[in-house]
Design a protein around this ligand. Structure first.
Ligand SMILES: Cc1cc2nc3c(=O)[nH]c(=O)nc-3n(C[C@H](O)[C@H](O)[C@H](O)COP(=O)(O)OP(=O)(O)OC[C@H]3O[C@@H](n4cnc5c(N)ncnc54)[C@H](O)[C@@H]3O)c2cc1C
Length: 474
């Protein structure tokens, strides 16, 4: 680097949001970046995820080479036209029926997580260094007096330390950065307020459990060459006790203790079928998750034997969906094994920034996955953060203001999406009684922000606030 860096940013967590931030910061060669990742490698978590048009348009800013690689890995072109994105089926009968096709303006792209990480890693600039097997334990930041701009100290699980000027916690749902930040925020507060802030440290169980696996497309093709999953798009099978239709086609509330549905789509250019199934237990929302002792635990986020993630045999995996229609059964017969995830969420935080530290992605707003939006939001957070931090008006002394601008623009937006995701879960499992003709419309209205809106307005507002420091942002 020829110029003296304006500051050094440490990104804690090299997942979707952390690596996107590192790439987004590459436009600012006067910023030095270190990514600290707890896992031994960046490729550990294998599953697919969908990228809605809003997030795709953000990724397009990384240039034509990035876009070409992304589309190639997704195995599809991008279109601005209206296309069918998700087919919702009633599947708790021998022959299922189509309930509704969700149409989106612009197609959702679907990718294997490892492929996405691979593209991001190949676009990291020389000003960025990655460090694996570095699990952050805590940080300390100086605040007052002459030490106000002194480095932040990071302490890792292996006893080593590092320093930085700015720390971004992109360390997922169980964020160590969030834990330290909430303690910092709570310091000196009235006991009641303090308790409320400290209650945001630990995520809470949502009552939802996810069943995740990849099915070999070849295996399914051998059994059922014309299976509807090969026609593209997402199919969502809603099952046993989840859907009750009366004669006049009104949907009645589900009465079951546990509600199930699963969705499938192809990834890796048709090599695999991504399977994400869910059971929901509404009466267990916000309770402590109790892992089933019979299910072996699996490592997750660099932690061996993580209590939230279990290894399932094929038999255990298909159990909640075993009475589904034939079309679904064929898919289930192709499952070799899978994982069980207790889906946790993060309470709405009082702030996602404090001093020169900020949170992004699941660390800031881990939510229910029923809008398929969490990764996209991490991408948006990362891009907006890079924009405010990289701006030439953001000197080290101005970093707290830049991070406060990020918080002001992103926190209400993410909270709104979290609420919409919860509503989607209720609609998909028919905890809300909705007339059939309104079912599709309600889902569309609740989700269309992901393809009808763009991040650009927030970016414009962010730049205005960074450039004019006389504007009060709180
Ligand atoms: C079943 C399911 C399906 C989903 N489908 C979709 C979808 O289709 N579309 C979508 O947009 N979203 C989807 N999501 C949500 C999405 O997966 C997450 O929102 C997204 O991965 C969050 O990105 P992140 O960068 O914040 O966190 P992560 O991707 O979880 O990355 C966090 C990183 O931090 C590392 N880390 C953790 N602790 C530490 C530490 N102390 N020190 C250093 N590193 C640490 C971890 O190892 C990890 O690499 C789904 C989620 C689930 C559960």
């Amino acid at each position: 680097m020829s110029t003296t860096p304006k500051f050094r940013i440490a990104i804690c967590g090299g997942g979707v949001g952390g690596l996107t931030l590192a790439v987004a910061l590459s436009r600012y060669p006067d910023i030095v970046v270190d990514v600290y990742e707890a896992a031994q490698s960046f490729y550990e978590v294998g599953a697919g995820f969908g990228i809605w048009p809003r997030a795709f348009k953000v990724l397009r800013n990384f240039g034509p080479d990035f876009e070409r690689q992304l589309l190639q890995r997704c195995g599809s072109e991008y279109t601005e036209k209206y296309v069918p994105a998700i087919k919702f089926r009633k599947s708790d009968q021998p022959v299922g029926i189509d309930l509704f096709y969700l149409m989106t303006k612009g197609n959702q792209l679907r990718i294997h997580r490892a492929d996405f990480h691979g593209i991001l890693l190949s676009h990291l600039p020389p000003s960025c260094t990655t460090h694996n097997a570095k699990r952050l334990k805590s940080y300390t930041q100086p605040f007052n007096g002459r030490s106000r701009n002194s480095p932040i100290t990071l302490t890792f699980g292996d006893g080593s330390t590092a320093t930085c000027d700015v720390l971004i916690g992109a360390d997922g749902i169980r964020s160590a950065v969030r834990s330290c930040m909430m303690r910092e925020l709570a310091e000196g507060m009235h006991p009641n307020e303090k308790q409320s802030v400290l209650s945001c440290i630990n995520p809470v169980w949502s009552g939802a459990t996810a069943y995740r696996t990849l099915i070999s497309a070849e295996k399914l093709r051998t059994r059922c060459p014309n299976h509807s999953v090969f026609r593209g798009g997402i199919t969502q099978y809603m099952g046993k006790d989840a859907v009750r239709l009366s004669l006049n086609h009104d949907i009645h509330c589900a009465e079951a203790d546990a509600l199930q549905f699963f969705l499938v789509y192809t990834i890796s250019r048709g090599k695999y079928i991504n399977f994400a199934g869910f059971t929901l237990q509404p009466d267990l929302v916000d309770t402590a998750y109790e892992a089933d002792a019979r299910i072996p635990r699996r490592s997750f986020q660099g932690k061996a034997n993580h209590e939230w993630v279990g290894e399932l045999t094929a038999e255990q995996f298909v159990e909640p969906f075993k009475d589904f229609e034939e079309d679904a059964k064929v898919l289930l017969e192709c499952v070799d094994r899978g994982t069980l995830w207790a889906v946790h969420t993060v309470k709405t935080l009082p702030s996602t920034n404090f001093g020169r530290v900020a949170l992004l992605g699941d660390a800031a707003h881990g939510m229910l996955p029923f809008q398929g939006a969490g990764a996209g939001l991490s991408i948006e957070d990362a891009y907006l953060l890079a924009t405010v931090l990289g701006h030439k008006s953001t000197t080290l002394a101005m970093v707290p203001r830049a991070l406060a601008i990020y918080d002001k623009l992103r926190r209400p937006f993410s909270s709104d999406v979290a609420m919409r995701s919860r509503l989607c879960g209720q609609l998909y499992t028919f905890q809300k009684a909705v007339p059939l003709h309104e079912f599709g419309n309600t889902i569309t209205k609740n989700s269309e922000w992901a393809w009808l809106t763009e991040l650009d307005d927030a970016l414009e507002e962010a730049i205005k606030l960074v450039e004019d420091s006389s504007i009060n942002i709180r």
